[in-house]
Design a protein. Structure first.
Length: 164
C-alpha cells in the first residue's frame, strides 16, 4: 500500500466514524516498530507503521488509524487529546479504537538489566537498567543499605537476565 492509498483510507475513516474531514497528511513510517502510529500536534500529520498492516492486517491498522484520528480531532477542537484525558478515553470507546497496538514479533520494548542493587541486610534485589548511586537509596523492605553489582547476562533469574 502506498501513502496515497493510506491518505484516502484515513480520510474515509475520518468521515465515517467522526463525521469530520481529515485535512492533513497521513503517511507510512517504516521506522515505527514499538508504536502503531503517531500524531504530530504542530503539523497535525499522522504517521502509521506499515509493519502493523503487514503483520496484523487491515482491521488492526484501522483501529490504529482511529486512535490517531482521536488525537487529531480532539486537538483541533481544543479538547483533551492526550491519553490521560477523559475526552480521549471516551472517544476511543465510541469509535472502537484501540488504546494500545499489538506488539510486533521480535520488537522488544524493554532494555536489558545491566546492574543490580542488592540489600546488604535482607538480600532483596532491585534490577536496574542504568548505573545508580546506592548511597542515595535504601531497601524498600527493611530500610537497609544497598550495594551495586554489575549484572552478567544470564545470571539473573527469569526475565531479569534477558534483554537485547
Amino acid at each position: 500500500m502506498e501513502d496515497a492509498e493510506l491518505q484516502k483510507w484515513v480520510e474515509r475513516v475520518s468521515i465515517a466514524f467522526f463525521g469530520l474531514p481529515f485535512r492533513h497528511r497521513a503517511t507510512f513510517n517504516a521506522r515505527l516498530r514499538t508504536t502503531g502510529g503517531r500524531y504530530f500536534t504542530k503539523s497535525h500529520n499522522i504517521e502509521i507503521s506499515p509493519h502493523q498492516l503487514a503483520v496484523h492486517g487491515e482491521q488492526e491498522t484501522e483501529a490504529i488509524i482511529k486512535h490517531e484520528l482521536c488525537h487529531y480531532h480532539l486537538h483541533l477542537q481544543g479538547r483533551g487529546y492526550q491519553h490521560r484525558d477523559a475526552d480521549f478515553k471516551e472517544l476511543l470507546v465510541r469509535v472502537g479504537a484501540t488504546r494500545h497496538c499489538r506488539p510486533l514479533p521480535g520488537a522488544s520494548r524493554t532494555l536489558p538489566v545491566k546492574y543490580l542493587l542488592v540489600c546488604r541486610e535482607c538480600g532483596q534485589a532491585y534490577p536496574r537498567k542504568r548505573k545508580t548511586d546506592p548511597r542515595k537509596y535504601a531497601c524498600g523492605r527493611c530500610r537497609g543499605r544497598l550495594k551495586l553489582l554489575a549484572a552478567e547476562p544470564g545470571t539473573l533469574p527469569g526475565k531479569l537476565g534477558s534483554g537485547r
